[in-house]
Design a protein around this ligand. Structure first.
Ligand code: HDE
Length: 700
C-alpha cells in the first residue's frame, strides 16, 4: 500500500514509457517510496550516538516514604515500566561497541506521576565541573575536524591536549583508563547518577542523594587487546549480548542503590557534593539497595524506540529534585534543546516511546508533526471559558513544587574553592586498584599517549599524572621513553579563584593520606556465578561423547552456555557415531567472543584440531586474555601443542584421575567429567585470572 492506503499492484517495476523506456515523473508510487527512503535518517545524537536499549520493570523493595514521596518508590507491589538505553559517548552510530569509553546508562521510568529520567553513566564522576566546558571536551575527543580521525577513540592529540590542560579531569581519567571503560557486557557494569540529587519527603524535608545501579552478575571487563580484537570480530558485541540475553530469558538485573546525606551534613566532606568530579566513597556513606531493575523485553523496532527515545535530567517527579551542581544545571538546558534538532520539533514527547503513561494536559499547541487533536477554543490560562482547565495541582495533589533553597549571592562567573582538589580522589581510585588493574591503567595510558604525536602533550600529561601518583607517572613515562618533568608548565587552564592570577595558580598535588576504597576495585566484585557466560567447546569428528555431553550438561545446569566450535559448520560425528550440531566454525568464532574454552577428549577430534592453526590460536589467545581453559582426556594434548605446552602446569601433571586446577587452567586425563566441570565452573566464576598476565607473555 502507499501511505495513503492505496493498494499497490506492482512493487517490482517503476512506471516507464515502454519496457525499456524512460521512467515517468508521473509515477507517484515510486516517488512516494523513494522520497520516504531519502528521509529515513535523523541527526544522530551529538554524544552517545551509539546505543542499545531494552524495556523492563522497576520495583522498590520497601517504602522509601521516610526519604522521598516519589510515588514509584513507595509500594513494593508497584511495577513501574522502564526503558533503558546504554551507549558509548564518542563514536558515531555505526561505531564499535568496544571502544575505550564511558558508557551511558539512561533509565526512563514511566511512573503514574509522569516520566522520571535518570540519565547516568557507568562511571560515577565526570571529566569537567562546569557545563560551559562540555563542547570543548566533546570537540577534543571526537575525530579531529580536518581529517575526521580517529573514530570512537580518545587516543589522539586533541583529546590529550585538552585533558593535559584540565587537571579537574584527572579523577575521571583514572576511571576511563581502567578496565571500567571496556565492560564485558552492559549487564555487567554499574550505573551512577553522577550528580548529587535530592530526595524530598511528604513533610518537605530534603536530603542529598547519589544514585547507583549494582549489577547482580557482578562488574566485569575484558582485556584491552581483547577489546580491540572484538571490535573487528563483532563490533556489535554489547548490543548482541544484551539482545541475546533478553531473548533467551536471561533477564539482566540491577539493584538500585542510594547514598543519602542529611542536608546539615552538606559541608562535612573534604570535597564538595556539587562537584561532579567527586564520589562519596561507599565506605563513608554506604550504598543502601532499595529496589530492583529487570530488563525483560527487547524493542520491537530500533529506530522507533532506541533511536527516538529522548532522555532529560529535567524529567522529574515529585520527591526527587535537583542541586546546584553546575554541570547538572547546564544539562537541564541541553537535553531539550538537542531533541529539537534531533527529533525535528517540539512534539517529540508524543512519539510512543517518550509518552508518559500518566495523561498530560496543558495548553501547549501545534508545531511540527503534532499528533494530539486538541479540542475546544481554550488554549490559555487563566480562563473561564474552559472551566479553568487544566487546573494547577496543589502539592498535596501531586503538583511538583521545587525544593525551597535559600540563595543569597552576587552574580559572578567563578568556581568555588571547594572544587579545587583535583588529585586526591584520582589518587584514591588508583590506590584502590588491585595490581593487575593498576598495570592495565599504566598500559592504557601508554597506549593512548603513545598515539599522541606531539611530544609536548605527552610530557605535559605525564607531568599532570605525577600530581596524582609518582609511580604511575614514571611507569607511563618509561613506556613513552621520556622522563617525568620536574615541574608543570604554568599555567594550566583550570578553575582560577575569582581574584586569582592564572600565572601563579596551580592545582595542588594529591597530598591527603590516600587510603583505599575497596568498592572501587573490580577485583572485589561478585564472583559466585557463571550465569550467561559463553564457553567454547573445541571439537571435531571423533569427539568423546561422555566428555561432551557431561560438560555441556554441567555448564547448562549452572546457567552458562556451551557452544561447539569446530573446523567447519554442519554436524560432527562423535566417537560413538552420534551426530552433533556445530554452533560456529573456527572461521566465524574467535576466543575473544567467549568467556572460557573447553577441549574434550577423543583422539581423532584432538588430532584434527592439532592440525588447525586457528584451534591452537584459539587456545593461545584465551590464555593470553587470562580466561579459564579446561581439557580432559586427549584434549590435554591440544593444550600441550599450544603455547601452553611451554608452561609447566601442563607438563606431566593432570595425569590419571588427578584434577589440576591452577590459575584458571583445569586439566585431567581421566577424572570423571562432572568433577572437572565443578572445578571449571568455579574457575570461570572468577572471570579472569589476571595473575597469569605478568608471568607469561603469550604471542597471540
Ligand atoms: Fe549528556 N548529553 N551531557 N551527560 N548524556 C546527551 O542528549 C550534555 C553528561 C548522558 O541514551 C545529549 O539526548 C551536556 C553527564 C547520557 O539518549 C546532549 C553535559 C552525564 C546520554 C547531552 C552532559 C551524561 C547523554 C545528546 C555537560 C552522566 C545519552 C543526545 C553539562 C551523568 C542519553 C541527548 C540517551 C546525552 C548534553 C554531561 C549522560 C547533547 C551539555 C555528566 C547517558 O543533550
Amino acid at each position: 500500500m502507499t501511505n495513503q492506503g492505496l493498494r499497490i499492484n506492482d512493487n517490482q517495476n517503476s512506471l516507464k514509457a515502454g519496457e525499456r523506456g524512460a521512467t515517468l515523473l508521473e509515477d507517484f508510487i515510486l516517488r512516494e517510496k523513494i522520497t520516504h527512503f531519502d528521509h529515513e535518517r535523523i541527526p544522530e545524537r551529538i554524544v552517545h550516538a551509539r546505543g542499545a536499549a531494552a524495556h523492563g520493570v522497576f520495583q522498590v523493595y520497601e517504602s522509601m516514604a521516610e526519604y522521598t514521596k516519589a510515588g514509584f518508590l513507595q509500594n513494593p507491589k508497584v511495577k513501574t515500566p522502564v526503558f533503558v538505553r546504554f551507549s558509548t559517548v564518542a563514536g558515531s552510530r555505526g561505531s564499535t561497541d568496544m571502544a575505550r569509553d564511558v558508557r551511558g546508562f539512561s533509565v526512563k521510568f514511566y511512573t503514574e506521576e509522569g516520566v522520571y529520567d535518570l540519565v547516568g553513566n557507568n562511571i560515577p564522576v565526570f571529566f569537567i565541573q562546569d557545563a560551559i566546558k562540555f563542547p570543548d571536551l566533546i570537540h577534543a575527543v571526537k575525530p579531529e575536524p580536518h581529517h575526521e580521525m580517529p573514530q570512537a577513540a580518545s587516543a589522539h592529540d586533541t583529546f590529550w591536549d585538552f585533558i593535559s590542560l584540565m587537571p579537574e579531569s584527572m579523577h575521571m581519567i583514572m576511571w576511563v583508563m581502567s578496565d571500567r571503560a571496556i565492560p564485558r557486557s552492559f549487564r555487567m557494569m554499574e550505573g551512577f547518577g553522577v550528580h548529587t540529587f535530592r530526595f524530598i519527603n511528604e513533610e518537605g524535608k530534603g536530603r542529598f542523594v547519589k544514585f547507583h545501579w549494582k549489577p547482580l552478575l557482578g562488574v566485569h571487563s575484558v582485556a584491552w587487546d581483547e577489546a580491540q580484537k572484538i571490535s573487528g570480530k563483532d563490533p556489535d558485541f554489547h548490543r548482541r549480548d544484551l539482545w541475546e540475553a533478553i531473548d533467551g530469558g536471561d533477564y539482566p538485573e540491577w539493584e538500585f542503590g542510594v547514598q543519602i546525606v542529611e542536608e546539615e551534613d552538606e559541608h562535612k566532606f573534604d570535597f564538595d557534593l556539587l562537584d561532579a568530579t567527586k564520589i562519596i566513597p561507599e565506605e563513608l556513606v554506604p550504598v543502601r539497595r532499595i529496589g530492583k531493575l529487570t530488563l525483560d523485553r527487547n524493542p520491537d523496532n530500533f529506530f522507533a524506540e532506541t533511536e527516538q527515545v529522548a532522555f532529560n535530567p529535567g524529567h522529574l517527579v515529585p520527591g526527587i529534585d535537583l542541586t546546584n551542581d553546575p554541570l547538572l544545571q547546564g544539562r537541564l538546558f541541553s537535553y531539550t534543546d538537542t531533541q529539537l534538532i534531533r527529533l525535528g520539533g517540539p512534539n517529540w514527547h508524543e512519539i510512543p516511546i517518550n509518552r508518559p503513561v500518566a495523561p498530560a494536559h496543558n495548553n501547549q499547541r501545534d508545531g511540527h508533526m503534532r499528533q494530539t487533536i486538541n479540542q475546544g477554543r481554550v488554549s490559555y490560562h487563566p480562563n473561564s471559558l474552559g472551566g479553568g482547565c487544566p487546573m494547577q495541582a496543589k502539592e498535596s495533589m501531586g503538583g511538583f513544587v521545587t525544593h525551597t533553597e535559600r540563595i543569597e549571592s552576587h552574580k559572578i562567573r567563578a568556581r568555588s574553592e571547594s572544587f579545587f582538589d583535583h588529585f586526591n580522589q584520582a589518587a584514591l581510585f588508583f590506590n584502590s586498584q588491585s595490581e593487575p588493574e593498576k598495570d592495565h591503567i599504566v598500559k592504557a595510558l601508554r597506549f593512548e599517549l603513545g598515539k599522541v604525536e606531539v611530544p609536548a602533550i605527552r610530557e605535559r600529561m605525564v607531568g599532570v599524572l605525577a600530581q596524582v601518583d609518582k609511580t604511575l607517572a614514571s611507569r607511563v613515562a618509561e613506556g613513552l621513553g621520556i622522563g617525568v618533568p620536574a615541574k608543570l608548565d604554568a599555567p594550566l587552564n583550570m578553575s582560577i579563584p575569582a581574584d586569582g592570577d592564572a600565572k601563579d595558580f596551580q592545582p595542588k598535588p594529591a597530598n591527603k593520606p590516600i587510603g583505599s576504597s575497596p568498592a572501587l576495585s573490580m577485583a572485589n566484585t561478585v564472583k559466585d556465578t557463571v550465569k550467561t557466560r559463553k564457553v567454547a567447546v573445541l571439537a571435531a569428528d571423533g569427539v568423546d561423547d561422555a566428555a561432551l555431553s557431561g560438560m555441556k550438561g554441567a555448564l547448562t545446569a549452572a546457567g552458562a552456555q556451551a557452544k561447539i566450535v569446530a573446523p567447519r559448520l554442519g554436524n560432527l560425528t562423535s566417537a560413538k557415531g552420534k551426530e552433533v550440531k556445530i554452533d560456529f566454525s573456527l572461521l566465524t568464532a574467535s576466543s575473544v567472543l567467549f568467556d572460557a574454552v573447553y577441549v574434550p577428549g577423543g583422539e581423532k577430534s584432538v588430532a584434527t584440531l592439532k592440525g588447525e592453526a586457528d584451534a591452537l590460536h584459539f587456545i593461545n589467545e584465551a590464555y593470553k586474555h587470562c580466561k579459564t581453559i579446561a581439557a580432559t582426556g586427549a584434549g590435554v594434548e591440544l593444550l600441550r601443542a599450544s603455547y601452553l605446552g611451554a608452561n609447566k602446569t601442563i607438563g606431566e601433571n593432570g595425569e590419571g584421575d588427578k584434577i589440576v586446577a591452577d590459575e584458571g587452567i583445569v586439566i585431567s586425563r581421566d577424572a570423571p567429567v562432572v568433577k572437572v566441570a565443578a572445578a571449571f565452573i568455579n574457575a570461570i566464576a572468577q572471570h579472569r585470572h589476571w595473575g597469569r598476565e605478568k608471568k607469561d607473555q603469550v604471542p597471540a
